[in-house]
Design a protein around this ligand. Structure first.
Ligand code: EZ4
Ligand code: CO
Length: 402
């Protein structure tokens, strides 16, 4: 029997910080797992290095489920983003190893393809409405069938989702950027610019919008109602995700589909949302929700209730997660859509072999395992660089959800 011989925690910052776990077996097979938790990277690195690595050495790498249960139950302290991201990294690295040992891509181990490719949505944004419309046009020309639209709210520094450089990168400062927020101003403009997108481009593509946890339940209900005719694919995170009750109220008022879950990390966090059919898309993803093993459990529960998947896929999820997500997405019966933003050229030099993007779809690699390799030499050129997500304050100076 092969055993786990080496466990390495790799930190690199090719444009942004990534934490990667590499497990090597006594047979010399390596597996990669993403362990990136934006703005709290080193907490997960320490969890892995100081607390999990000693437990993994000597274990059978083939026992993925048992290792998952051992790490989850063995922590005693349940759930939480740091724990679940660390467990995810181990889980994904072990799936990568299992695929390499079997000589099969991970999606084959998950039951094979349920579809030809994975529909992705991209991020269009603009500092004003015209710029947003230009951006939507650009993404349509690139062949995307699903497009998220976000525009700056005039007079506010804190509009979520508006790109400054080539990629939207909110964790951009060495201390949290303080941004101004006004719900009233946002609600005044957001339905209007989404309507302009439909006016200009019609209904022949999926239009998405991320509210990013900024509204109260009744505000979210009003927003959802006001955009019903625009037939959004979804409104994302209308209210702070931890209050599952809030979704019941929103649901009673609007037929606009709801997506949530990118900040949630276990099946327990989405249990009520799914079983009460309070959402349409569950956004939990491989890296923050306990890996492939646990994510599949969430998606299976969702399938029972007609809830589809819509996994998070921002730039802070490394190419290892993108690859793992595509292996899951292509195999599960209740796939909905996958968020896709892409990464810097430097990131693709560190992580090679990322899924192929064509005509608005991602296709998994057919290499054994996940199909991703990690270049230590390139990674070493980009040392860790502390970066924080912004915070939002209302106009009276009080804290708001960012
Ligand atoms: O703000 O991943 O839908 N995507 C998002 C992201 C999140 C970042 C936080 O790290 O909401 O842009
Ligand atoms: Co989001």
């Amino acid at each position: 029997m092969a055993t786990i011989e080496r466990v390495e925690v790799l930190v690199t910052s090719p444009g942004r910080n990534f934490v990667t776990l590499r497990i090597t077996t006594s047979d010399g097979v390596t597996g990669l797992g993403d362990a990136t938790l934006n703005g709290r990277e080193l907490a997960v690195a320490s969890y892995l290095e100081d607390h999990l690595a000693p437990l993994l050495i000597g274990r059978d790498p083939a026992r993925i489920e048992d290792t998952w249960q051992y790490l989850y139950k063995g922590a005693y302290w349940r759930r939480g983003p740091v724990t679940m991201t660390a467990i995810a990294a181990v889980d994904v690295a072990l799936w990568d190893i299992k695929g390499k040992v079997a000589g099969l891509p991970v999606y084959q181990l998950l039951g094979g393809r349920s579809r030809d490719g994975v529909l992705v949505y991209c991020h269009a944004s603009g500092t004003d409405v015209e710029a947003l419309l230009d951006d939507v046009a650009r993404y349509q020309e690139q062949g995307f069938h699903a497009i998220r639209a976000q525009a700056a709210v005039p007079g506010l520094s804190g509009s979520y989702g508006v790109r400054k450089g080539q990629l939207y990168e909110p964790a951009a400062t060495n201390l949290p950027d303080e941004q101004a927020w006004s719900t009233e101003a946002y609600l005044d403009v957001a339905p209007g610019y989404l309507a302009k997108v439909r006016e200009r481009f019609g209904f022949g593509f999926h239009l998405l919008h991320d509210v990013h946890h900024r509204l109260t339940p009744i505000e979210a209900a009003r927003f959802g109602k006001s955009v019903e005719e625009l037939r959004l694919f979804w409104m994302e995170d209308p209210t702070p995700a931890e209050n599952q009750e809030a979704f019941r109220l929103i649901r009673q008022h609007t037929t606009t589909p709801i997506a949530t879950g990118e900040v949630l990390n276990s099946i327990w966090d989405v249990q009520g949302l799914i079983t009460e059919q309070l959402i349409d898309y569950v956004r939990t993803t491989v890296v923050h929700a306990g890996g492939i093993t646990h994510l599949r459990r969430i998606f299976d529960l969702a399938a029972l209730y007609g809830v589809r998947t819509g996994s998070h896929g921002a730039t802070d999820l490394s190419p290892v997660t993108v690859a793992a997500a595509v292996h899951v997405d292509i195999s599960v019966p209740n796939f909905g859509v996958q968020e896709h933003m892409g990464h810097t050229a430097e990131t693709y030099e560190v992580f090679r072999g990322t899924p192929r993007l064509a005509n608005g779809m991602l296709y998994p690699s057919d290499e054994p395992g996940l199909g991703i390799t990690y270049d230590d030499e390139v990674a070493a050129r980009f040392p860790y660089d502390a970066k924080y997500l912004p915070v939002a304050r209302r106009l009276d100076g009080s804290m708001h959800d960012w």
